[in-house]
Design a protein around this ligand. Structure first.
Ligand SMILES: [Zn+2]
Length: 232
């Protein structure tokens, strides 16, 4: 296999994973930084700020993992149901399934005779695998892995959330809102650029976009935090 094609296939598989990781970390930064800035703007002490930040990290990671597990599990359920139906169809009418597979290969550009030959050989080797991959689009790389997805999103969220929390630990108490906001915008910019680069897109617009929404989220929570702080 030519080296470029081999490298490209691997990159494609990695892009999906990298994008999910960048999105998870983005969520972690924006939600935890906003929480910390909001609580710190209510003029509270460092213990309260850190407790709120740590609780936000854990709660966010858990809800991301739960949400991801539930959504990917339902995708996995659908895949299993499709495979079970396909198995039944292969058992009920193998000739019709062979014609169907042949038709798929013809639609991809093979001559009918060659398509029939390929379909026969694929069917002889692994009928369900051939139909899963070429008819249903279910393959090893794309098949749903709920636990892996849940762990990945919880982990990336936690890494993202740990960044503003670290700044809240290290910054002078009076400067926590400003330091966390500035540092979080920087983290978002780096992640935005990495995510855009991974997707092969230009870096400026996506980076500005993620910084804008991050800044807006932190500004609104800081405003509400200081309102609540003066009211309480
Ligand atoms: Zn089929």
């Amino acid at each position: 296999m030519p080296r470029a094609l081999h490298l490209e296939r691997h990159l494609v598989a990695r892009i999906g994973w990298l994008r999910a990781a960048v999105l998870g970390a983005n969520d972690g930064i924006v939600s935890t930084a906003s929480l910390i800035v909001g609580v710190a703007s209510a003029a509270t002490g460092r213990p309260e700020i850190l407790i709120a930040g740590a609780a936000g990290l854990v709660a966010g990671a858990m809800s991301m993992a739960a949400g991801e597990y539930v959504s990917v599990s339902s995708q996995s359920d659908t895949e299993k149901a499709d495979l079970a139906r396909e198995t039944a169809e292969l058992a009920d009418d193998p000739e019709a399934e062979l014609r169907e597979l042949t038709g798929i290969y013809v639609s991809r550009g093979l001559d009918p005779a060659l398509a029939r030959q390929v379909a026969e050989q694929m069917t002889a080797r692994d009928a369900l695998g051939a139909h899963a991959r070429d008819e249903l689009g279910i393959s090893e790389v794309t098949s749903a892995r709920p636990i892996q997805a849940a762990l990945t999103s919880a982990l990336t969220f936690s890494v993202g959330a740990a960044l503003p929390l670290l700044v809240a630990i290290l910054a002078p108490l009076g400067l926590v809102p400003v330091a966390v906001s500035a540092a979080s915008l920087l983290f978002l910019a780096v992640l935005g650029a990495v995510g855009a680069r991974a997707g092969g897109a230009g870096m400026v617009r996506p980076t500005l976009r993620v910084m804008f929404w991050g800044a807006l989220a932190m500004a609104i929570t800081a405003g509400i935090g200081s309102l609540v702080g003066t009211a309480v």
